[in-house]
Ligand binder design. Structure first.
Ligand code: DGY
Length: 317
């Protein structure tokens, strides 16, 4: 039987199973396994994870493909220009992971500024000698300025959290306009990148990885941040020059770096592990049960819709 929907993984919740009821020619085959490669020519829909890039060469093998679904909001691992030219529809999962990702960015920020890693380690070690006036002093957020790269839903959701912590919020985004950003509880300014960096005690990244944003936080740009600034990245690793950030952290020009994403995931530059002033997570931005189920639903509904509207039947005779 020809495989029409080829997914590299099951998804959280019942939705992919339900899709398989509608389209019995659905198969799960690990990314780049023999079965996966053999099924590519017949597949009309592909489902991949954000860690599984598809190349133009892969898609050249997929003569029948109509839709690609990615279990992520980010689409930087897909050849978007090529897909557009071939009329291949891309389904991703915007909207449903906004709060989960913004929550995780705030978790990183608080863990970093209140030294949660060191405090937890001390409490567990059995070496804690008791309360002391200067024990593990962190940094307050109230009254500080939070620069946000990206004024989309996740950037604005993070802005609400930063505002609730008493921070002043400023934005930069790819459009480069100076129009204010309404983030629901308040409005704030968009600034040119250099101005934003000069004022950001906290810098949180919420823009997609595109040709425009790749490497945008270069060494030169990072040195514009005020002494002791904190950087949080829950977006994509390629946006920031990681070796430059490591060097600035070592020189104590940065106060700390909290990362959920890395340039070469799942490989983490070992220097990040060795250096104090970091909190490192394994790409957990959308990792709540509710969010992952909602992502599954959105993705499977999109694949179903795309196959039905492209003239395919349901596969059930
Ligand atoms: C996505 O879905 O693209 C995000 O990276 C989730 O964390």
């Amino acid at each position: 039987m020809t495989i029409r929907i080829l997914s590299t993984s099951t998804l959280v919740g019942p939705h992919i199973e339900n899709l398989g009821h509608d389209f019995p020619e659905l198969r799960i085959a690990p990314y780049r396994s023999t079965l996966w490669t053999e099924a590519l020519p017949g597949a009309e829909a592909l489902v991949v994870m954000l860690s599984e890039p598809l190349t133009e060469e892969d898609l050249e093998l997929c003569t029948n493909v109509k839709v690609i679904g990615t279990y992520s909001v980010g689409t930087n691992h897909l050849p978007q220009v090529y897909c557009k030219a071939r009329g291949i529809y891309i389904v991703n999962t915007p909207g449903v992971l906004t709060d989960a990702t913004a929550d995780l960015a705030l978790t990183l920020l608080l863990a970093l500024t209140r030294r949660v890693r060191e405090g937890e380690a001390l409490a567990r070690s059995g070496d804690w000698k008791g309360w002391a006036p200067d024990l593990l002093l962190g940094s307050s957020l109230t009254g500080k300025t939070c620069g946000i790269l990206g004024s989309g839903p996740i950037g604005r959701a993070f802005a609400r959290r930063a505002w609730a912590m008493g921070m002043k919020v400023i934005f930069w985004d790819r459009e480069g306009t100076h129009a204010p950003v309404d983030f629901g509880v308040n409005t704030s300014h968009r600034l040119p990148l250099d101005d934003l960096l000069r004022h950001s005690n906290v810098l949180s990244l919420h823009c997609p990885l595109t040709d425009q944003t790749r490497g945008i936080l270069s060494r030169e740009k990072l040195t514009l941040l005020p002494e002791g600034a904190f950087i949080i990245n829950t977006s994509r690793g390629g946006i920031i020059d990681e070796p430059a950030a490591i060097e600035l952290l070592r020189q104590k020009k940065l106060g700390g770096v909290g990362l959920d994403v890395y340039e070469n995931e799942p490989d983490i530059d070992p220097q990040w592990r060795a250096i104090p002033g970091t909190v490192l997570l394994p790409h957990l931005g959308s990792a709540t049960v509710e969010t992952r189920e909602a992502m599954s639903k959105l993705l499977c509904d999109g694949i179903r819709q795309a196959l039905l509207t492209s003239g395919s039947d349901t596969g059930q005779d």
